[in-house]
Design a binder for this molecule. Sequence first.
Ligand code: GMT
Length: 374
Amino acid sequence: MKIGIVCYPTFGGSGVVATELGKALAKAGHQVHFITYSQPQRLDFFNENLYYHEVNIPAYPLFQYPPYESALSSEMVHVVANAGLDLLHVHYAIPHASSAYLAKQILAAQGIHIPVITTLHGTDITLVGKDPSYEPVVTFSINQSDGITAVSDSLRKDTYDHFKITKDIEVIPNFIDLDRFNRQKKDHFKLAICPNNEKLIVHTSNFRKVKRIDDVIMIFEKLRKLLPSKLLLVGDGPDRMRIERLCKDLDMLSDVRFLGKLDAIEEVLSVADLFLMPSESESFGLAALEALACEVPIITSNAGGLPELNVHGVTGFLSDVGDVEDMVKHAAYILDDANLPTFKANALARAREFDVAKILPHYEAYYERVVENS
Ligand code: GMT
């Protein structure tokens, strides 16, 4: 098939999933055209089936807010018509679903039919999309999509609960490329961070409020009193400065390192003993799946789709949002040398269930169904 993929090209989970999906589709022989405002971060290899089309947004003094959606729709129209696409697959509803709707109408007026699939990823539904400033457009454009997917049962339910959706939503979970995400031997790195064989705790995120990084700090503050440990924080975002100040105030900076945004996240995960994700809301938890693939057990909240990934007592533990004490108790249990090897093995076994080779056929089958029925 010839597939157009529209996504945010930055570090966010939806952009990562969209890019990895496009790469896997290209490897499977499909022709994939990325349509984004800059080159997707993970589009890091050459394949004869991959194309990248940049959306140009010409500046004009009148535009306080450059009309990105119009430029995106126009680029979709050009690519669909010129490359003869069979399908447009847009990731994250805002504004991609409404831009795709407009492109579809313009193309229809030219006698070209293009089916549109919208994949809902998380905050487009649970946070931003619910805002009255966006809600009518989000509801309308989701309903106008020829196919809708959500990354977990929980997100599917949230979508029906918060929006008047009249169509079926297919659940296709996040997936992982185990060729890239696997535990590598990085002893020198571990020794540099944990010179006295301390346990290494990792958190990766975009440092937004929804991630509850204060909880990560409070869990670690209590944990390091129970056993020698270090904390690595990977990523960047609005909460980073405040969290750095909090660590300084708690006199923790000797045990906590802020690594900022990193491409080779699998190298950090390769030396980790435990991953923390105490999020307020999390539709799937791709970062936690990346940890599992590197044999790192996970302590997560039970928000959103996390119970669909984290098997309580097997791959890690689930706690109520904000229950720091419970998370500390579970973290100490996992990190006990008598328990850690079992949790590590279980983590890998669970990650294998989300291998891209297993999930890709679900997307391909869904594409065929949507194209046939639209
Ligand atoms: O808020 C984020 O973490 C970024 C966001 C995105 O859409 O870029 O991530 C969401 O999509 C990921 C991929 O489907 C999911 O694994 C994340 O759980 C989800 N984040 C939230 O729901 C908070």
